[in-house]
Design a protein around this ligand. Structure first.
Ligand SMILES: [Zn+2]
Ligand SMILES: [Zn+2]
Length: 114
């Protein structure tokens, strides 16, 4: 018996690469390639950090805009402004999810008061 993933039937045999991964392939070789690429990127971003006056690892990347969640995530910046932006993002995310849960409860007719 042969086991074929959906991706394998679509794509010609290939060496795993981030380019194929970006096109949607999730075969083992592509996943490994993507993972090591992400890891290398993260390492590179981590290296471009320096402790600020509070001892927090702040990104020194020229493109890093501080005080935004994406910098916290992408540049691994842990400065006060970026950490605060991350906290706000997580709060908003959580309350958004809570609202969605309440909405779905209401849709199911749970806890509805007329
Ligand atoms: Zn692949
Ligand atoms: Zn920052």
């Amino acid at each position: 018996m042969t086991t074929r993933t959906r991706a394998a039937t679509k794509l010609r045999p290939h060496a795993g690469s981030t380019a194929t991964y970006a096109r949607g392939c999730r075969c083992h070789r592509c996943q490994v390639a993507y993972r090591s690429y992400r890891q290398a990127q993260r390492d590179a971003m981590c290296e471009r950090r320096a402790p600020d006056e509070h001892g927090r690892l702040r990104s020194t990347h020229p493109d890093a805009v501080h005080g935004v969640y994406s910098t916290y995530r992408h540049y691994m910046c842990r400065c006060l402004a970026c950490t605060e932006a991350e906290r706000v993002f997580q709060c908003a995310y959580r309350s958004r999810r809570r609202r969605n849960e309440l909405t779905s409860l209401r849709l199911r007719g749970v806890g509805v008061e007329a």
